[in-house]
Design a protein around this ligand. Structure first.
Ligand code: TYD
Length: 207
């Protein structure tokens, strides 16, 4: 089973993935967690380019292709072999991030982003995608509290991030069987319970 976690900045994906990972491990289900961009040596090098705030000359098409290249490496080097060995793969962001950020956020042609990503992934799609939804201002406040340096994508204007969120909601509407909407405004435990409730229906989990 291939499971992805998506959502705007500050939705808390990383915390939830680590909890879901522990939840599955404790119940004897072998699983791995990976993140995008990155998750491989090559992907991590590409990640440095993508998130470097100094590289503001990066063209939109370059950005789309770099995210896609990191994804190709992750699919072929990690995701497909791990799925083939019977593991559950949890992935922090995937194709939907490119559609939401590079497509909706940056106003690029959505069909073009989709086509590039079909080539990049060989059309490998998740079985389940959790959309951790949060209003932009709410998410940005969380980032502020966290106090990390903002990367090149996080530095984009508020309107960009509003379009990203709307893009995600649109994607979830278009593919209701794959997407599971999760209200991420609550505390960590509340959000986690929403995810586990759905996951427990998907996987053979013994209490
Ligand atoms: P990261 O530090 O992993 O942020 P987050 O915890 O929010 O996932 O940085 C990833 C950034 O890259 C994030 O701002 C979203 C962006 N991104 C895209 O714009 N397109 C993509 O295809 C992916 C995978 C990420």
């Amino acid at each position: 089973m291939f499971i992805t976690f998506e959502g705007p900045e500050g939705a808390g994906k990383t915390t939830q993935i680590s909890r879901v990972h522990d939840f599955l491990k404790n119940r004897g289900i072998s699983c791995i967690a990976v993140r995008e961009p990155g998750g491989t040596n090559i992907g991590n090098r590409i990640r440095e380019l993508l998130l470097d705030p100094k590289l503001n000359e990066m063209k939109q098409r370059t950005e789309i292709l770099l995210y896609a290249a990191s994804r190709t490496q992750l699919v072929e080097e990690v995701i497909l072999p791990e799925l083939a060995s019977g593991k559950v793969v949890l992935c922090d962001r995937y194709v939907d991030s490119s559609i939401a950020y590079q497509g909706y956020g940056a106003n690029w042609n959505i069909d073009e982003v989709v086509t590039i990503n079909q080539i990049a992934t060989g059309r490998v799609l998740p079985d389940r995608t959790y959309l951790l939804d949060i209003p932009v201002q709410f998410g940005q406040k969380r980032l502020q509290i966290r106090g990390d340096q903002k990367d090149r994508i996080e530095l984009k204007e508020k309107l960009f991030h509003t379009r990203v969120r709307e893009g995600y909601l649109q994607l979830a509407k278009e593919e209701p069987n794959r997407f599971q909407y999760v209200d991420a405004t609550g505390d960590v435990e509340e959000v986690y319970q929403q995810i586990i409730a759905d996951l427990s229906l998907l996987l053979p989990i013994k209490e």
